[in-house]
Design a protein around this ligand. Structure first.
Ligand code: KG4
Ligand code: ZN
Length: 341
């Protein structure tokens, strides 16, 4: 039997406010380093100009750390994979330029990776979840910038069958948290407080959107008006009810996501469902999805926390899959702020 050829991919992710680098030996993650940018907290959201500057300072140390942790020398690398889009242009440019220069310097292939494809294909990282999805499966990709339901027929045959018409679900979490005076990014905090509250304490309305599409801007406005009204009556309303408010917001968002997922399963007849993207770290969506295994007979794929929010390991797995197909980019490739599959 031929031994499996060892491929070492250095992956770089810089699409938003995390500078990340990882080294993969085939599908195995050897290192997964990340420098999160704290600077945005005080502004209540990502400031693009500050994000690109921070990427500039972080990229060399983060790549260096990823190589050291992996115990791999630059000369051993087979290829460089990087996020070419979608994302913030200034942020993408830092990773793109760095990846191009390194591939040129080392004389090894350059592989561009679509950020949202990576969130889905993260499931193929060795040990990413308890089981590997079988094709075809449905993917719910939920992050700070995207909300999509996709039909994954093969690694690189992914069809978007539903998406948000306005805000992304991560924005709904973050903006609701901001209304409550919580720091950015508020999603994980809403999740934390929600665990202690009553999800039925404050009913928020579920938007009526056709087909498999989503809308979250109405929910955000509904929450804003509700909080304004309640704090006028009682200035301590938020402090006194924070857990219940967060639980109610999370319950509403999870209900919206699950309603559409159920519709997608019915429409396609596919009962294998995977989640990906930063919001897939949310305990409410994880529990609701897992529960369908017993109640509806679905097979669900829930990634480990380190592969949900932005990370470079997910870029590395796509890099590896493309490397096997010799799908390389040349140095004329550019960063793309908006790009479809
Ligand atoms: O995938 P990601 O790291 O970056 C983008 O590509 O956007 O997603 C970040 C988003 C943020 O909106 C953050 O608040 C949300 O994921 N998030 C969560 C949780 N952890 C991260 N939202 C709800 N509950 C969580 N536990
Ligand atoms: Zn992301």
């Amino acid at each position: 039997m031929n031994p499996v050829k060892k491929t070492y991919i250095l992956a770089i992710e810089s699409s938003c406010d995390d500078t990340a680098a990882a080294v993969l030996e085939n599908t195995l993650v050897l290192s997964n380093s990340i420098a999160s940018q704290k600077i945005h907290e005080q502004y209540g959201g990502v400031v693009p100009e500050l994000a690109s500057r921070a990427h500039q300072s972080n990229i060399v140390p983060v790549v260096d750390q990823a190589l050291k942790k992996a115990g791999i020398k630059k000369e051993q690398l087979s290829a460089i994979a990087f996020t070419s889009g979608p994302g913030l242009m200034g942020s993408l440019l830092v990773g793109t330029s760095f990846a191009k220069s390194l591939s040129l310097g080392l004389g090894i292939p350059l592989i561009e990776v679509h950020h949202m494809q990576a969130h889905i294909l993260a499931h193929f990282i060795k040990g990413a979840s308890t089981k590997k999805p079988e094709f075809p499966f449905l993917g719910l990709t939920i992050s700070g910038g995207h909300t999509q339901i996709v039909k994954v027929k093969d690694y690189f045959d992914i069809e978007i069958i539903g998406q948000t018409l306005d805000d992304a679900v991560g924005e709904a979490f973050d903006k609701s948290a901001k209304i409550l005076g919580l720091p950015y990014p508020g999603g994980p905090l809403v999740d934390k407080y929600a665990a202690l509250g009553n999800p039925l304490a404050f009913p928020f309305s579920i938007p009526k959107v056709k087909g498999l599409d989503f809308s979250f801007s109405g929910l955000k406005t509904g929450i804003l008006y509700f909080i304004q009204k309640k704090t006028k009556e009682n200035t301590n309303f938020i402090e006194e009810n924070l857990n219940d408010i967060c639980a109610s917001i999370q319950y509403t968002i999870v209900t919206i996501l699950m309603q559409k997922l159920k519709k997608a399963v019915k429409q396609t007849g596919i009962t294998r469902v995977a989640i990906g993207g930063g919001v897939s770290a949310n305990s409410g969506i994880r529990e609701a999805l897992l529960a369908t295994e017993g109640t509806l007979g679905w097979t669900t794929y829930i990634p480990k926390f380190e592969y949900t929010t932005d990370n470079a390991a997910m870029i590395g797995i796509v890099g590896y899959l493309k490397y096997k197909n010799a799908e390389f980019s040349d140095l004329s490739t550019v960063a793309k702020a908006r790009v479809s599959f």
